[in-house]
Design a protein around this ligand. Structure first.
Ligand SMILES: Cc1cc2nc3c(=O)[nH]c(=O)nc-3n(C[C@H](O)[C@H](O)[C@H](O)COP(=O)(O)OP(=O)(O)OC[C@H]3O[C@@H](n4cnc5c(N)ncnc54)[C@H](O)[C@@H]3O)c2cc1C
Length: 499
């Protein structure tokens, strides 16, 4: 019988950070991960000699004293080879055949945007000041009393699109401000202002890539956990969480034909809440109404991704991300609905940082939102066995993405050595993300009581963590890991370094 102080299910960044925090406080922790590779969305994958990232392209707020830098210093991740994107233009938005750069620093950000839209200069300055103000409150959910999330309720219940329309006015300025936001789902009726403002603010502060793969983040965390005596069980899937009188008594894990029971005082689930509830097969404490509420939550969209290995010295490395939208698109806020109709109308184009001194890119990723409905008919298949029709579907999508990307990178197709593609089904099967969602549950400003989840579960010693709570993304999940661990260790002891 194996007994731990804390058992963490899932080795996404959120799960590993929880394990790190608890191990650092002297607890004996164990992380179980169903895949042979750690990291969930942050895992890298190999195709021959090529290695690509799954769900990591860039992070914000990693400059000295900024929030992610403070968190990553604590987690021992600042030693990694971080590479800052161009401060003059960390992101570039292509709209109706014009291009717009977004600069780092709130003043430079506002000045650059004002140069494109001089008649909106005052509104843009006010918007930038608003971002700064909201950003200063990013630690409130962790630092403040109560369930930790009540302090963000007001911003959470405001609609992001309505706010932008009222503060900067409709039109191109609004679209440029929103145009780097394929890193969140722009859904007009539901997107909370909190999500929009916190994520965008972190990138306005500073923007960074890694010189290397995103899996360096989770591998570094895993090594530190093991050094502190933690156990990491790769290739073990949690198949049941057993309850006894309102507490979890053990978690049953399975590898090939071997089952084991793991006992722990505390269980943290880094899985989606839906998956966690499925594991709680027979529980007297989880009321039907709670199950229904969780199971009815909608998922944000997934991505169709092209991972490109480029020919040698053909495509210059560009130290920024490029967001391209087709000229026919009315507004970037229509991308989600247009994608749901099967159209490719918005691309995120990003490159891996080359070796020091090299001017050309070797690897490039192109992402476009894709709804699960487009691939649902292959939903019963598994990786590598989806058939010819699926292959042809992916080839057509890839072709469309390349055709559009060539509008800003001429002759890209001729520069591609190898091309690999993935759809929401790939993400579903590798990461266990329902419908291959990229950013987890769709938070809804009209329904915060249903969609803003707290770490507490109906069981006394079971807690949730990961991107489905509070904010998604690497910054969001890192903050949430503190919020989750504060339920076990007490707020004061977890967040001392944040003050
Ligand atoms: C395409 C894409 C691009 C992205 N780009 C960025 C970016 O550039 N910057 C950024 O900040 N964020 C980005 N994100 C978001 C970011 O990657 C995620 O928010 C974050 O990594 C989620 O971490 P998590 O801890 O919630 O768990 P996840 O990464 O979802 O991990 C959950 C883990 O649980 C495991 N698991 C599932 N079921 C079981 C089970 N029964 N037993 C054991 N283990 C199980 C899974 O295998 C997985 O390893 C991107 C996401 C995607 C999909």
């Amino acid at each position: 019988m194996q007994k731990f102080d804390a058992l963490i299910i899932g080795s996404g960044i959120g799960g590993l950070e929880c394990a790190y925090i608890l191990a650092k406080r002297g607890m004996r922790v164990c992380v179980v991960e169903k895949n042979p590779a750690l990291g969930g969305c942050l895992q890298s994958f190999k195709r021959g000699e090529d290695e690509f990232d799954t769900g990591f392209h860039y992070v914000g707020a990693l400059g000295k004293g900024e929030i992610l830098e403070r968190l990553f210093s604590y987690f021992g991740l600042m030693e990694l080879p971080w590479h800052q994107l161009d401060r003059e233009g960390f992101d570039e938005v292509f709209l109706k055949d014009k291009s717009y750069l977004l600069s780092n620093g709130h003043t430079a950000f506002a000045e650059r945007l004002s140069s494109y839209f001089p008649d909106r200069s005052n509104e843009i300055k006010r918007y930038s000041a608003f971002l700064k103000e909201v950003g200063a409150k990013i630690t409130d959910p962790v630092l403040k009393e109560g369930n930790g999330l009540s302090s963000v309720n007001e911003l959470f219940s405001r609609n992001a699109y309505n706010f932008l329309r009222e503060s900067v006015g409709e039109g191109t300025a609004l679209d440029v401000i929103s145009g780097t936001s394929l890193k969140l789902e722009l859904n007009r009726p539901t997107l909370p202002l909190y999500t929009f403002a916190q994520i965008n603010n972190s990138f306005v502060q500073s923007a960074w890539r890694l010189r290397g793969r995103g899996s360096m983040i989770t591998d570094t965390l895993a090594k530190s956990i093991e050094k502190m005596g933690g156990v990491i069980m790769k290739g073990w899937q949690a198949v049941e969480i057993k309850e006894d009188g309102g507490v979890c008594s053990f978690v049953e894990v399975c590898r090939l034909n071997t089952n084991e029971r793991l006992f722990a005082d505390y269980i943290i689930s880094d899985l989606t809440p839906q998956t966690t509830l499925k594991l709680l097969k027979e529980s007297g404490s989880v009321r039907k109404i709670f199950r229904r509420r969780i199971n009815n939550l909608e998922q944000t969209y997934g991505f169709f991704t092209l991972n490109l290995r480029l020919k040698k010295e053909r495509v210059p490395y560009v130290n920024r991300n490029r967001y391209y939208y087709t000229p026919e698109l009315n507004s970037v806020w229509d991308v989600k609905d247009e994608s749901a109709k099967g159209r490719v109308c918005g691309l995120l184009i990003t490159q891996q940082v080359p070796n020091e001194g090299e001017k050309f890119a070797t690897y490039m990723d192109i992402l476009t939102p894709m709804s699960y409905a487009e691939v649902e008919k292959w939903g019963d298949s598994c990786v590598g066995h989806r058939g010819e029709e699926y292959k042809e579907f992916k080839e057509r999508k890839a072709e469309e993405c390349l055709r559009l990307a060539e509008r800003i990178i001429p002759h890209l197709r001729e520069s591609v050595e190898r091309c690999y593609t993935s759809t929401p089904l790939t993400y579903r099967d590798y990461i266990g993300a329902p419908e291959g969602t990229a950013y987890g549950i769709r938070k809804d400003c009209n329904s915060i009581e249903k969609t803003l989840l707290a770490p507490k579960s109906p069981l006394k010693n079971l807690f949730f963590t990961g991107q489905n709570l509070n904010l998604h993304g690497i910054l969001g999940t890192s903050l949430t890991s503190l919020l989750t661990c504060s339920q076990i260790l007490g707020r004061e002891s977890v967040v001392r370094f944040l003050k």
